[in-house]
Design a protein around this ligand. Structure first.
Ligand SMILES: Nc1ncnc2c1ncn2[C@@H]1O[C@H](COP(=O)(O)OP(=O)(O)OP(=O)(O)O)[C@@H](O)[C@H]1O
Ligand SMILES: [Mg+2]
Length: 343
């Protein structure tokens, strides 16, 4: 995902501080915490491709921001002992941009395209041939005398990442041999990530403090690392350099993050569905306008966590608030007919 001006602590998007995060970024599959099923499979695919002396099949990575897609792409290159080349779809403006990259790679390079759902049609078509045949369709000349030639390129592994897998065309999607869908992390996985990051950053944190913190990270590694750094600030200024349960409670209170890991905006969103739209269903576009966010931010960032936590549900007619949402806000649940039908 591209860097934004958004400095929201819980936002999954990249903020300037995260770029200093290199030390925290795992380099090997063993160092990549959680997501066991995904890692087990990937290990086998990597081992088999290496044993055959081939490049790994093309990999499609999808899931909400901050879950480790870019990290995983880097790990794949590292594990394959291959060159890692990074670009993003919006940066590929003309076919020659893509051709320039693909003709200069070394064999078996891991070629990472972020935001792959944003490829221009001409580039996407060029990529089809490149992915399938390791060749480029290149048109020379113009008008009636134009002809197309095929240029061989070295074998490579395309890793395409997106937060919007639904926006990727099916011809492109079908050319990926390995499809990895990343889901929000469970609490124990976030604890592993926090433990690892705390050790790297030399941060002392008590066990019960870690446990509370882990429930407030939206199941997202990027958010976990960010909250850990903020708690270190609170401990440094108000405490004695150790993050205690007290520090965490105080710090989360200051950041307006509640015990379920919801921030002010999440609560406003739930309140809007309940109070403005009678509990729903309400369409994503309408809801996004009500809370002053883009539909994209609503769908990519706010919803996955609220759905995982069981506060809202997506239905064919829009979003509905669940009884858990009423309870969390301290409201009495009076479910309407639609809610009763869907829940
Ligand atoms: N499984 C993991 N174990 C440890 N740290 C992780 C893991 N996954 C992600 N991280 C950390 O979280 C940060 C964010 O991950 P990354 O940038 O790879 O997310 P992303 O899915 O590419 O996000 P975006 O959609 O915004 O591009 C990384 O810098 C890394 O430090
Ligand atoms: Mg990324």
């Amino acid at each position: 995902m591209i860097e934004t001006e958004n400095n929201d602590i819980l936002s999954g998007e990249i903020i300037a501080e995260d770029k200093k995060d290199f030390a925290l970024r795992p380099q090997t599959l063993d160092d990549f915490q959680g997501q066991k099923a995904l890692k087990d499979n990937l290990k086998i695919f990597l081992k088999a491709a290496k044993a055959r002396g081939e490049s790994l099949d093309h990999v499609f990575l999808s899931g909400p921001p901050g879950l480790g897609k870019t990290t995983l792409a880097g790990i794949i290159a590292h594990e394959m002992g291959a060159e890692f080349k990074v670009t993003s779809a919006p940066a590929l403006d003309k076919p020659k941009d893509l051709a320039g990259l693909l003709t200069t790679i070394s064999p078996n390079t891991v070629f990472f395209i972020d935001e792959i759902h944003r490829l221009k049609p001409a580039i996407e078509e060029m990529l089809y041939v490149a992915m399938e045949d390791f060749e480029l369709d290149w048109v020379i000349g113009q008008g009636p005398s134009a002809r197309s030639i095929r240029l061989p390129i070295p074998p490579f592994t395309l890793v395409g990442a997106t937060t919007k897998s639904g926006n990727v065309s099916s011809p492109l999607f079908s050319r990926f041999g390995i499809n990895i869908r990343m889901n929000l992390y469970e609490k124990d996985e976030i604890i592993s990530i926090l433990t690892r990051s705390a050790a790297i950053l030399d941060i002392k944190i008590e066990k019960n403090a870690m446990s509370v913190l882990a429930t407030c990270c939206r199941g997202t590694p990027r958010v976990a690392n960010r909250i850990l750094r903020r708690m270190r600030d609170f401990a440094q200024i108000y405490g004695d350099d150790v993050i205690t349960l007290e520090t965490v409670k105080f710090g989360l209170g200051k950041l307006e993050i509640d015990e379920m890991g919801l921030e002010k905006h999440d609560r406003e969103l739930l309140r809007a569905i309940i109070e403005k739209y009678g509990g729903g269903p309400v369409g994503a576009d309408t809801l996004a306008i009500t809370i002053g966010e883009s539909t994209e931010t609503l769908e990519d960032f706010y919803e996955p966590y609220l759905i995982q936590q069981g506060f809202i549900q997506r239905t064919p007619r829009g979003r509905v608030a669940t009884p858990a949402a009423y309870k969390h806000l301290g409201l009495e649940a009076q479910l309407n007919e639609d809610q009763r039908l869907f829940l």
